[in-house]
Every structure is written in structure tokens, then in C-alpha cells.
Design a protein around this ligand. Structure first.
Ligand code: ADP
Length: 219
């Protein structure tokens, strides 16, 4: 079996983190921990956490660092993550979150932080045509399927446009990314943990690049 791994993947909204993280998680047999998915699941099931974060997310804003750290700490305590590792998708996205995470990960630490790099004009286009399954999060594009309503090929759930994929919320999310998340590249580079991977191209190619960057860093 491929040995486990402890990775974080960050990158602009629409860079393809979700798709690539699912593939990496399968490859390394570790859980894919997406904070966006955790929060959306809480909203869908109407939990206290869901009520707290619903309007924050719909407006394209960030949930507080304290709450996010609590959620991630909780998830990382589970046996799958403790024993084999994890692919963290969408966390950390601020420097205080990164500091908090590194504290949680002592003594073993993190293997690698990957910046999946896709320029802003390309992600803007990808997000405007993106549709997702409300149940399992599978991604679709209106370019491949022009009609508006369809059911998910994977689970039969309803495919819709995420409420934070409106033009206004996308702009807000990208601005927050530039202000709060982009500084993480330097922060992780300073610790010798950063790999930048080009996220433009066909999905299989990008996966190959990611696997190569991870293997190179392990040597
Ligand atoms: P995206 O990165 O495409 O905006 P995600 O699915 O990763 O989408 O996250 C959706 C929303 O969930 C974010 O816009 C934000 O409101 C909230 N969120 C997810 N992860 C975090 C985090 N680490 N810190 C703060 N808010 C978060």
C-alpha cells in the first residue's frame, strides 16, 4: 500500500482543488478533508454550526479562524487522519489558521503545502460555468451540458449553482483570497514546505504534476 501522507492544498476558487484532492486522497489512501464540504454539510442538515455559517458563506466571506481551527482539530483527531494522514482542501486560508494547524500537527508536522496555481481570468470563467451536486459535491460544467436542471451522474442528487458562485460573491472570494490566502505561499516557502504546481491543463495532466511534486519533495 502507498504510505500515508500529510498534505494541504490551496489555490484560487475554481483552481480544481476539489477534483484533484479526491484523486490524491485515493492515491495515498488518506481522507480528503474539505472544510467547504464540512460547512455545506452542516448547513444542509441544519445543525447549530450550519446556522452560524450560512450567511457568511453565501456572502463569500470567511468563517472565523477560531471556529475553523476547532472544526479541523476535531476532524484530525479521528483515527483515519491520525493513522494515515490527510489531504486538507480549503484549510488553512489565513496565516493564523496556518499557525494553528502547524501547532496541532506537532510533533510529526506537515509533509507538503501545495499551491495549485491557476490565473484569475481562467478561474473566473470556470466558476461562472460551474454547477455542483448538492448531495455529493460532484462538479459539472454548463459548457458540457447546456440545460439548466439535471441530476447527478454519481449519486442522483440535484445539480445546482452554488449560492456563493454568483458574480458578486465570486469577486469577494477572490479578493479575500488575494488578501488573506496568497500570503501563505511565502509563509510555507519560508518553512521549506511549499510546492507550486501549475493547475492549467487537462485533469489527468494536473494530477501527474501533483504526484510528481509530492514525490520530488519526499526524496
Ligand atoms: P471556495 O474556496 O471555492 O470558495 P470552499 O468550498 O473551499 O470554496 O469554501 C466555501 C466557503 O466556506 C468559503 O467561501 C468560506 O466562507 C467557508 N470556508 C471554507 N474553508 C474555510 C476556511 N479555512 N476559513 C474560513 N472560511 C472557510
Amino acid at each position: 500500500m502507498v504510505p500515508g501522507v500529510r498534505l494541504i492544498v490551496f489555490g484560487r476558487q475554481g483552481a480544481g482543488k476539489g477534483t484533484q484532492c479526491i484523486r490524491l486522497a485515493r492515491h495515498f489512501v488518506v481522507p480528503h478533508i474539505s472544510t467547504g464540504d464540512i460547512l455545506r454539510a452542516a448547513i444542509k442538515s441544519g445543525t447549530e454550526l450550519g446556522h452560524k455559517v450560512e450567511s457568511v458563506i453565501a456572502g463569500g466571506n470567511l468563517v472565523t479562524d477560531e471556529l475553523m481551527l476547532e472544526i479541523v482539530d476535531d476532524r484530525l483527531q479521528k483515527p483515519d487522519a491520525r493513522n494515515r494522514g490527510f489531504i486538507l482542501d480549503g484549510f488553512p486560508r489565513t496565516i493564523p489558521q496556518a499557525q494553528g494547524l502547524m501547532d496541532l500537527l506537532q510533533p510529526r508536522g506537515l509533509d507538503r503545502a501545495i499551491d495549485l496555481d491557476v490565473p484569475e481570468d481562467i478561474v473566473l470563467h470556470r466558476l461562472s460555468i460551474r454547477r455542483v451536486c448538492r448531495d455529493c459535491g460532484a462538479n459539472y460544467s454548463t459548457k458540457k451540458r447546456p440545460h439548466t436542471n439535471w441530476t447527478c451522474d454519481v449519486c442522483g442528487g440535484e445539480v445546482w449553482q452554488r449560492p456563493d458562485d454568483t458574480e458578486e460573491a465570486i469577486r469577494q472570494r477572490l479578493d479575500l483570497y488575494a488578501a488573506q490566502t496568497e500570503p501563505l505561499t511565502k509563509w510555507f516557502a519560508d518553512q521549506g514546505l511549499l510546492s507550486v504546481v501549475d493547475g492549467v491543463g487537462i485533469t489527468d495532466e494536473v494530477t501527474e504534476r501533483l504526484l510528481k511534486a509530492i514525490e520530488d519533495a519526499r526524496r
